[in-house]
Design a binder for this molecule. Structure first.
Ligand code: DGL
Length: 276
């Protein structure tokens, strides 16, 4: 086994949202070296076609491999839903057979049985994730008795991206989507926030959601799943640098990224602009 620790864990998202996942991963696994890549120049992915999301995600994956990531977490639900499987099966064996790419849908689906007591689970996500039916398909594999009700919240990402998460507008659109999902299935007892941006809206979602419905935040689930993965895959873990450092890259303006990213991480960030 190669014991030289000179590689990083890559965390990819269409924009800022993946910082909410990175933040949770760093709480559980603070010792590793991370590279965050946000494709802010082409965000949002949630409304784009399969072909486009696949093309953009593959470009990001190649860049993270060039930057010496041995393991990539696709933090973006839309990219996990629309591109991950094809990249894992068709591209990775040619591109970098020794490297690994993981998404966020599988770890959350594996845990879905513990989210709901009455087997009625709601999912809030982007249009892209909902129309892919990826959560329904994955959850069915582990828990065929769970009724999954997915609902797209197309205004929530723009509200967060534009700094409107505390506004009256946010109140309106949060209430609207909660009413809509409960009309589809009034028996829902838990809702998974299956979009990287939605944790920023969590306090407001909590305010508007009936108290008996629990909210599942995926960052912590992804973080513990990664911890387990690294334990079970020493051949990958032994390559990852342990320096508790994070480098940030964006495809857009770095100064803008730094100022908005602070709302997601509550930390000072020094990003660099990169071209995919
Ligand atoms: N990162 C995306 C996701 O988790 C949300 C933002 C977008 O639409 O690009 O689905």
């Amino acid at each position: 086994m190669n014991n030289i620790r000179n590689q990083h864990i890559g965390v990819f998202d269409s924009g800022f949202g993946g910082l909410t996942i990175l933040h949770e991963i760093q709480k559980v696994l603070p010792e590793y070296s991370y590279i965050y890549l946000g494709d802010n120049a082409r965000s949002p992915y949630g409304t784009r076609s399969f072909e486009t999301v696949y093309k953009y995600t593959l470009e990001a994956v190649k860049k993270l491999f060039e930057l010496d990531c041995t393991l990539i977490i696709i933090a973006c639900n839309t990219a996990s839903a629309k591109a991950l499987r094809t990249i894992q099966q068709n591209d990775l064996p040619k591109l970098a057979p020794d490297k690994r790419i993981l998404g966020v849908i599988r770890p959350c689906s594996e845990q879905a049985g513990s989210f709901t007591a009455n087997n009625n689970l709601g999912i809030f996500a982007t249009n892209g994730t909902v129309s892919s039916h990826s959560y329904e398909i994955e959850i069915q594999k582990f828990f065929p008795h769970i009724i999954v009700t997915s609902h797209a919240c197309p205004m929530w990402v723009p509200l967060v991206e534009n700094g409107e998460s505390q506004s009256e507008g946010a109140n309106y659109f949060i209430q609207k989507e909660i009413n809509a999902i409960l009309t589809k299935n009034p028996s829902i007892d838990s809702i998974l926030l299956a979009c990287t941006h939605y944790p920023i809206l969590l306090p407001k979602i909590r305010d508007f959601l009936p108290k008996h419905i629990s909210i599942i935040n995926q960052g912590n689930i992804v973080a513990h799943s990664l911890q387990k993965y690294l334990k079970n895959h020493p051949e990958i873990e032994h390559k990852i640098l342990k320096n508790s450092n994070t480098q940030y890259f964006t495809t857009e303006n770095a100064d803008v990224f730094n100022s908005i990213a602070e709302c997601f991480t509550f930390n000072k960030i020094q990003a660099r602009t990169i071209t995919l």
